[in-house]
Design a protein around this ligand. Structure first.
Ligand code: BT5
Length: 261
């Protein structure tokens, strides 16, 4: 379980992390943060759990969070009045916040667009954004982050679609989970005011896995291929096909992979 007093001593950071809801076990921190959001919880509300029994990935996929080995957290963000144009940037915001915190531990990090954090080529963290819309504007969003810290958090190869790893294996020493949570919140506090800005896009692009390479990606059930050029200003992915056509791929795409040829 997490040490509540250590977390409380470091929070809030730039308005994030208060109130703090800490669970030893929960179905999903995102589900809880969304419920709290619906009942008026403030901007910056943070839900953390040691174990999730029904952790969510994107598009109905599952995220595994066994006890005492990982981090599962969800941050509730609010905009008053609601804002447009940030939805595509929110998963980049989460991934970038994790990437910076992990870089602070001395690891080299890549972001597998749109929402995966890789260390040494393995997925060590994932981000799930669930937004509440008012028309075409976002009134609030929950940014959920799952990080594999200790070896016990790494699912079996047959449970994952992409090779999974954990920070302790990649970095080769014990990681302090509470300190890492505070570092993630710290980075989130720094990036939030820059959401969707050129500076944020630069930080995201600088860490992109497979940039400039031939890749394939699943876009609404269709496998598309091309050269991964860069990110569009709103965080979508720009692919240049062999036919010279530029495709702009939205953030619901999945399973980005390099193609050997
Ligand atoms: C994600 O989805 O990567 C988003 C994961 C977000 C999890 C956090 S934990 C806190 C918050 N509360 C929640 O309920 N969720 C968020 P996606 O890109 O769809 O990847 C899901 C896929 O990753 C699964 O289908 C598996 O193949 C794989 N996977 C599941 N658990 C994993 C793990 N612990 N490590 C690496 N890969 C995993």
């Amino acid at each position: 379980m997490f040490d509540r007093s250590r977390l409380e001593a470091g929070l809030p950071i730039r308005g994030l992390g208060k109130p703090l809801y800490l669970f030893s076990t929960i179905d999903s921190t995102n589900a809880r943060a969304l419920e709290l959001g619906q009942t008026g919880a403030p901007h910056g509300t943070l839900v953390i759990a040691d174990e999730q029994t029904a952790g969510r990935g994107r598009a109905g996929r599952r995220w595994l969070t066994p006890s005492r080995s990982a981090i599962a957290l969800s941050l509730l963000l609010r905009w008053e009045p609601p804002v447009g144009g940030v939805s595509g940037a929110l998963s980049g915001f989460g991934a970038l916040s994790v990437a910076e915190a992990v870089e602070g531990l001395g690891a080299q990090v890549e972001i597998k667009w749109p929402n995966d954090v890789l260390v040494a080529g393995k997925k060590v963290a994932g981000v799930l954004v669930e937004a509440q819309w008012q028309g075409s504007l976002i009134a609030s969003a929950v940014v959920g982050i799952g990080i594999n810290v200790r070896p016990g958090s790494v699912p079996n190869p047959d449970q994952v679609g992409y090779p999974a790893g954990c920070l302790e294996q990649a970095i080769g020493r014990r990681i302090d989970r509470e300190a890492l949570i505070l570092d993630v919140v710290q980075a989130a506090g720094r990036w939030l005011p820059l959401l969707g800005s050129p500076e944020m896009l630069e930080g995201w692009e600088a860490r992109l896995a497979f940039r400039g390479m031939q890749v394939s990606v699943d876009d609404s059930g269709v496998r598309v291929r091309g050269r991964f050029e860069n990110l569009h200003t709103d965080g979508r992915m720009v692919l240049l096909t062999d036919e010279g056509e530029r495709l702009i791929i939205g953030p619901n795409a999945a399973d980005l992979r390099p193609i050997d040829r």
